[in-house]
Design a protein around this ligand. Structure first.
Ligand code: SF4
Length: 192
């Protein structure tokens, strides 16, 4: 069995710096997928962010791992593209890559999308508990957590793979209700 790839706060900051997309309100993007029903409840548009500090064996999106890859898009342009089908979709999913190494622009993008009535789901390789700890010294992390509705946390672990799980690839990953979890200060699971 492979060990779960860990990223400490130093590794996070290094990845954040390498992935930086120039202006603070720009995002390094791997791609976009519309009309998804597998990336969270309801019909969704998925924004795949570029750059991930892990190399999980069996990663479904290995092309999103390079920290200097993808294309750089400003938040305003992304917002316009993501609301193109606002009448039909329930919400937007941020997947990866690792969204939390681009927390600042994604928090602003999520804030704008929520104003249009869209809910936000965020996939991350971090555990909720680690993000909560990091958020005490990094306001950007807290802003992104606070802008989300559901967090799907933990890296994909091949040995825990299960095709029957809703919206997750492996049994270690959790669906977390973000507003309740931030209020309680601990992970509260979201019931599908
Ligand atoms: S955290 Fe996700 S995107 Fe990053 S390597 Fe692991 S499975 Fe791939």
């Amino acid at each position: 069995m492979f060990a779960t790839p860990k990223v400490n706060s130093q590794g996070h900051k290094r990845a954040e710096a390498l992935c930086r997309a120039g202006a603070s309100l720009s995002v390094r993007v791997a791609g976009m997928s519309r009309e998804s029903v597998v990336d969270g409840p309801g019909l969704r548009t998925v924004l795949f962010t570029q750059g991930c500090p892990r190399s999980c064996p069996g990663c479904h999106n290995p092309d999103t791992q390079p920290l200097d890859g993808g294309v750089i898009r400003d938040v305003g342009t992304l917002f316009q593209e993501l609301i193109a089908d606002v009448e039909f979709v329930k919400g937007i999913t941020f997947s990866g890559g690792e969204p939390f190494i681009q927390a600042e622009p994604l928090a602003e993008l999520a804030r704008l999308l929520r104003q249009r009535g869209l809910d936000i789901i965020i996939y991350t390789g971090y555990l909720f508990e680690d993000l909560l700890k990091m958020s005490r010294t990094d306001q950007k992390i807290y802003s992104l957590l606070a802008a989300g509705d559901i967090l799907v946390d933990g890296p994909y672990i091949e040995a825990e793979s299960d095709l029957n799980l809703a919206f997750r690839g492996s049994r270690n990953q959790r669906l977390i209700d973000l507003p309740s979890s931030l209020q309680m200060g601990k992970a509260m699971e979201y019931e599908v």
